[in-house]
Ligand binder design. Structure first.
Ligand SMILES: C[S@@+](CC[C@H](N)C(=O)[O-])C[C@H]1O[C@@H](n2cnc3c(N)ncnc32)[C@H](O)[C@@H]1O
Length: 210
C-alpha cells in the first residue's frame, strides 16, 4: 500500500463516515499509540468493517479468545456476531483493560500478556478461535518470540483451534517455526480501515480447508 493510495482513500468522499468515526476515537488512541508504539502498532482503532470481518472469520467458534483487544472495536463486533459463544478479551495495557471491563461487563477481560492467558487455557476442550489484533510486525523481539511460540503451541494441540489475525501488509502476519505444521490463508482485504488491512487465518495443516 503506497502513501498515494492511502491519501486517495482518505480523501474519497465515500469514506467520510469512516473518517469521522476514526477521528472521534483517535485522540485517546493516538496518545497510547505514540507512547507504546511497538506494542500498539496502529494509528487508529479498527474500523467497523474490519471488526465485522474478523468476527465473520471466527464463525463456528464455541469459545472466542480475543488477543490485544485495545479499545474494544473488535470486541463489540464479536459480541454482536457470537452472542452464544463464551468471549474472553486479553489486553496487556491496564488502562484499556479497565475500559473494556466497564464497557463490556459480560466479557471475561484479562489484563495480562496473551501468552500467559493461552497457557492457562491450554487444557480447554472447547473449539477455540483466537481473534488477534496483536501487532506482530512491530512487537519488540522479546514479546514477538514468546507470543508467537504460545500461539503455535496452542494451535498445534487441537485441530479445531485457529487464529484469525489482521495485518497492514499483504503478507502473512508472522512466519511460524519451521517445524510447525501450520498454514496461513488470506481471507479478505478491508480497504475501509486506516490503513487498509488483510484478514488472515492460521491453523494446523491437517485441518486446513475443512
Ligand atoms: C492494534 S492495537 C488494538 C486494536 C484494537 N482492535 C482496537 O480497535 O482498539 C494492539 C493491542 O494489543 C495490545 N498488546 C500488545 N502486546 C500484547 C500482549 N503481549 N498481550 C496482550 N495484549 C497486547 C496493545 O496494548 C494494543 O492494545
Amino acid at each position: 500500500m503506497t502513501r498515494r493510495m492511502l491519501a486517495r482513500l482518505w480523501s474519497d468522499p465515500r469514506s467520510r463516515k469512516v473518517r469521522r468515526r476514526l477521528q472521534a476515537a483517535a485522540g485517546a488512541f493516538v496518545w497510547h499509540a505514540v507512547a507504546r508504539r511497538g506494542m500498539v502498532g496502529a494509528v487508529a482503532p479498527s474500523s467497523t468493517r474490519l471488526a465485522r470481518a474478523m468476527a465473520v472469520a471466527a464463525e463456528g467458534a464455541g469459545r472466542v479468545v480475543e488477543l490485544g483487544a485495545g479499545t474494544g472495536a473488535v470486541t463489540a463486533a464479536l459480541l454482536e456476531r457470537h452472542a452464544a459463544a463464551t468471549l474472553t478479551a486479553v489486553e496487556i495495557d491496564p488502562h484499556w483493560a479497565a475500559a473494556l471491563s466497564r464497557r463490556f461487563p459480560g466479557v471475561d477481560v484479562h489484563c495480562a500478556p496473551a501468552d500467559e492467558v493461552l497457557q492457562q487455557l491450554a487444557a480447554t476442550d472447547e473449539a477455540v478461535v483466537l481473534v488477534s489484533s496483536l501487532p506482530f510486525r512491530s512487537l519488540p523481539p522479546y514479546w514477538h518470540a514468546r507470543t508467537r511460540a504460545a500461539i503455535e503451541r496452542f494451535l498445534l494441540a487441537d485441530p479445531r483451534r485457529r487464529l484469525v489475525q489482521y495485518t497492514y501488509q499483504p503478507r502473512a502476519p508472522f512466519e511460524p517455526e519451521a517445524s510447525a505444521p501450520l498454514v496461513w490463508r488470506c481471507r479478505r482485504t478491508i480497504w475501509h480501515n486506516l490503513p487498509p488491512a488483510w484478514v488472515w487465518e492460521l491453523c494446523r495443516a491437517d485441518a486446513a480447508g475443512r
